[in-house]
Design a protein around this ligand. Structure first.
Ligand code: CP
Length: 330
């Protein structure tokens, strides 16, 4: 793997290797990984706002012993303000950093960056097109919620981390096969649902349910991908259409920054405690965050609400990406 810019070209073996590394990180003493990126400098180049992606990446770099050079408001504080092209900026920063983590409003920004970069490019969100490390941490969260994950999460929480637990985790356990998942909300301008669907296409027996306002349905290319990969899907109008034993309710925010003039009524798509209680005790609620009001806060204390834990999973999974692209002997 040279860059990490999309979920479409990753193989199942590569994905499961990333899961294994992330589990190993979670279940090892921090010292085991704390010098793996010694001497490395990582650039975070963010042209759009971020809390989770930038800070969890920067945390991941520091936990691996690397250092960060950052422009968190690159749209206003970098020389893009002086009309420097993205390509020129990347060529320059390639000489300052060992990898570049980029968030940019253009769908093709990361592939353009990769085409001119001499160092690995990691896509931290490109327009409405892709957010591959979000999909990685989403998939990792789902894996943890199934068998293997439950025991790791529970034991880590109660015992402060388990030594050697990762040895018990074989790649056969890391599957997303037969997952039933419903994506809710803005599936057109949001980049997380389509990125995760591309990862799920690596697995079999996937059932995708879609619950979106009419103006915010998935784009045609994602429907085409599901058709070509044999993913079963159903467009739904309400939560009542979903199977009660669905594994994941994946809620998303209306991307008002990308659809400024669209006024949509999303009341019927809100996850309340009453809505959640229609589903199984094993149904988990995910959200890439930030949320506005699409999940009521009274859901937060339900054990099925995993969105804050999901955000925390960004650190070990992003450490796994950095190690895969830059690390040696791990
Ligand atoms: N999920 C996500 O990308 O959050 P941020 O925009 O805060 O990075």
């Amino acid at each position: 793997m040279k860059h990490f810019i999309d979920t479409e070209n990753i193989t199942r073996a590569e994905l499961e290797r990333l899961f294994e590394i992330a589990f190993k990180i979670e279940n090892s003493k921090p010292e085991k990984f704390s010098n793996k990126l010694n001497g490395k400098v990582i650039s975070t180049l963010f042209f759009e706002p971020s809390t989770r992606t930038r800070l969890s990446f920067e945390s991941a770099v520091y936990k691996l012993g690397g250092r960060v050079i950052s422009t968190e408001n690159a749209g206003t504080s970098s020389s893009s303000q002086k009309c420097e092209t993205l390509e020129d900026a990347i060529k320059v920063i390639s000489g300052y950093a060992d990898a570049i983590i980029i968030r940019h409003p253009d769908n093709d920004s990361s592939s353009r960056a990769a085409s001119v970069s001499s160092v690995p490019i990691i896509n931290a969100g490109s327009g409405s097109y892709a957010h591959p490390t979000q999909s990685l941490l989403d998939a990792f969260t789902i894996v943890k919620s199934r068998g293997v994950g439950r025991s790791v999460v529970r034991n880590t929480a109660s015992a402060g981390g388990l030594k050697g637990q990762s040895k018990a985790i074989g790649s056969n356990n890391l599957t997303l096969d037969n997952l039933k998942i419903c994506f809710i909300g803005d599936l057109k301008y949001g980049r997380t649902a389509n990125s995760l669907i591309k990862l799920l296409a690596l697995y079999s027996g996937i059932e995708v349910y879609l619950l979106a306002p009419q103006q915010m349905c998935l784009t045609d290319d994602v429907y085409a991908l599901m058709d070509s990969k044999g993913i079963a899907y159903k467009n739904c109008k309400s939560f009542d259409c979903l199977p009660k034993d669905i594994d994941v309710l994946y809620q998303t925010r209306i991307q008002s920054e990308r659809a400024r003039d669209l006024k949509v009524d999303t009341k019927a798509l809100k996850i309340t405690k009453a809505v959640l209680d229609k589903f199984s005790q094993n149904t988990i609620v995910m959200h890439p965050l930030p949320r506005v009001d699409e999940i009521c806060t009274d859901v937060d204390t339900d054990k099925r609400a995993v969105y804050f834990q999901q955000a925390h999973n960004g650190v070990p999974t992003r450490m796994a990406v950095l190690l895969t692209l830059l690390g040696e002997n791990f």
